[in-house]
Design a protein around this ligand. Structure first.
Ligand code: PMP
Length: 386
C-alpha cells in the first residue's frame, strides 16, 4: 500500500487496535470503520480468537506441514459454506482467486475467463487494475462483461465459445468509487445457467464479502451456488489466511493442480479461523452486522440531511459505500472524512467501509455523534470546500 495514496489528514502508520478502535503512531485513537479493509469482523484482537491462535503459536506455527487445524477448518468450511465439498488454503485473496482460475482451467481443459469490467480480484498480472508491468499475454484469455447486465454477459459468453473455462463474479458490485450494487437474482441465475449449459465454472469472489453477508456463501442471498469460491479477509479476524472452496465437480482438479506457498500451512491462522466461524455462528454474525450497518447508515444520512447535505450509502449495510450525491471530484467526501478523523472516527469515502461485531450500538452512536459534528463543521466551511 502506498502511504502517499491516502488523502491528507489520514494517519499513515498504526500502533495498535482493540475492539472497534485503532491507534496511530502519534497516539491518536479512532473508531474504525475500515476494519483493516475487511479482515476484522469480530473487532481487533478478539480475546477468544487470539487465545486460539496463541495456543498454536506457542506450540509452533510454521512446521513441516499443516497442523490438525487444517483438517478441522476444512471440515468446518465444508459444513458451513453450502456449495463446498472441499477446501484448500492460501494466504491472500489474490492467491485464492488465482487458484480458482487455475482450478477452473484444470477442471474444464479450457482457457477463457470472464470478469466484470472494473471488478477487483487481486494484485497479480491476470487481474491487477494497473497495467504497469503487465503484458498483453498475461490477459490473453480474459473477456469482460458489465456486472448485473445480462446481455453483456451473454455477449462475452458467446465470444468465449467452446473455450469458456469460468465466469468470475464478485459477491456484489463494489468497484472503487462507484455506487455499489447488489447482484440481481436474474443476473446470478443467468451466470449459473451459462456455466451449467457449457460445463464451465462459476467462480464467486467472496474475498471481501465472505462471512459478512451470509455464512453459507454470499450468493445464497440470491439463491445461486458457485462451483468455486475464494475467501480471505474476514476468515481469521486479521490472521493471514485465504481459502478456496469447491464442489465435487472440481475435486479432481483440486487434487491435481500445483499450488503452494512457504507460509500457506501455518497453524495459528487456521486455529483462529475455526474460532471465528464458531463465534459468527453463535452470535448470528451476518444479521448483527446488517443491523449495525443500518444503524450507521440511518445516522449518517440523517446527520447529512440536518446539515443540508445529501449523502447515500449503497451496497449491503454491513459493507457500505458512503457518497455525497453531488460530489463529482469527491472534495466533499474527503473533507467530511478529514473532519471525522479530527474527531476520532476513521471513515472512507471512495472505498466501501466494513462493520464488525465490535460496532455495538453505543460505539456506533458515539461515532455518529462525532460524525454529526463533522457535518456541522463541513456546513460551516461549505463554500471553502466547494
Ligand atoms: N478480491 C476482492 C473482492 C478483494 O476485495 C480483494 C482485496 N481487496 C482481493 C480479491 C485480493 O485480496 P488480497 O488483497 O488479500 O490479495
Amino acid at each position: 500500500m502506498r502511504a502517499a495514496a491516502v488523502p491528507a489528514g489520514y494517519p499513515q502508520f498504526f500502533a495498535g487496535g482493540e475492539g472497534a478502535r485503532v491507534r496511530d503512531v502519534d497516539g491518536r485513537s479512532y473508531i474504525d470503520f475500515m476494519c483493516s479493509w475487511g479482515p476484522i469482523i469480530l473487532g481487533h484482537r478478539h480475546a477468544e480468537v487470539e487465545a486460539a491462535a496463541r495456543a498454536q503459536l506457542d506450540a509452533g506455527d510454521c512446521l513441516d506441514g499443516p497442523t490438525e487445524h487444517a483438517v478441522v477448518l476444512a471440515e468446518k468450511l465444508v459444513a458451513t459454506i453450502l456449495h463446498a465439498d472441499w477446501a484448500l488454503f492460501q494466504k491472500n485473496g489474490s492467491d485464492a482467486m488465482t487458484t480458482c482460475v487455475t482450478l477452473a482451467r484444470a477442471g474444464t481443459g479450457r482457457r477463457k475467463v470472464l470478469v466484470a469490467r472494473g471488478a477487483y480480484h487481486g494484485a497479480v498480472p491476470w487481474c491487477s487494475p494497473s497495467l504497469i508491468g503487465v503484458t498483453a499475454e498475461d490477459r490473453a484469455h480474459l473477456l469482460h462483461f458489465t456486472y448485473n447486465d445480462i446481455s453483456s454477459l451473454d455477449a462475452a459468453v458467446a465470444e468465449a465459445g467452446e473455450d469458456l473455462a469460468a465466469i468470475v463474479v464478485s459477491a456484489f458490485r463494489h468497484d472503487l468509487g462507484v455506487r455499489q450494487e447488489l447482484p440481481t437474482r436474474a443476473f446470478a441465475q443467468a451466470a449459473r445457467a451459462h456455466c451449467d449449459r457449457l460445463n464451465a465454472a462459476l467462480v464467486l469472489d467472496d474475498v471481501r464479502a465472505g462471512f459478512r453477508l451470509n455464512l453459507g456463501g454470499s450468493w445464497e442471498n440470491v439463491g445461486v451456488r458457485p462451483d468455486l469460491a475464494g475467501y480471505s479477509k474476514a476468515i481469521a479476524n486479521g490472521w493471514p489466511l485465504a481459502a478456496v472452496t469447491g464442489n465435487a465437480r472440481f475435486r479432481a482438479a483440486g487434487e491435481q493442480v500445483f499450488v503452494t506457498g512457504s507460509f500457506w500451512y501455518g497453524g495459528a491462522p487456521m486455529a483462529a479461523a475455526v474460532k471465528v466461524i464458531e463465534i459468527l455462528e453463535r452470535e448470528n454474525g451476518p444479521a448483527r452486522l446488517e443491523a449495525a450497518g443500518k444503524r450507521f447508515a440511518e445516522g449518517v444520512t440523517g446527520s447529512a440531511a440536518r446539515h443540508g447535505f445529501e449523502v447515500s450509502l449503497s451496497g449491503p449495510p454491513a459493507i457500505p459505500l458512503m457518497q455525497f450525491n453531488d460530489d463529482p471530484d469527491v472534495r466533499l467526501g474527503e473533507a467530511l472524512c478529514r473532519e471525522a478523523l479530527a474527531r476520532g472516527v476513521y471513515l472512507h469515502n471512495k472505498h466501501n467501509m466494513f462493520l464488525s461485531l465490535a460496532h455495538t450500538d453505543s460505539v456506533i452512536d458515539e461515532a455518529l455523534d462525532a460524525i454529526d459534528k463533522a457535518f456541522a463543521a463541513l456546513a460551516r466551511n461549505r463554500t471553502a470546500v466547494a
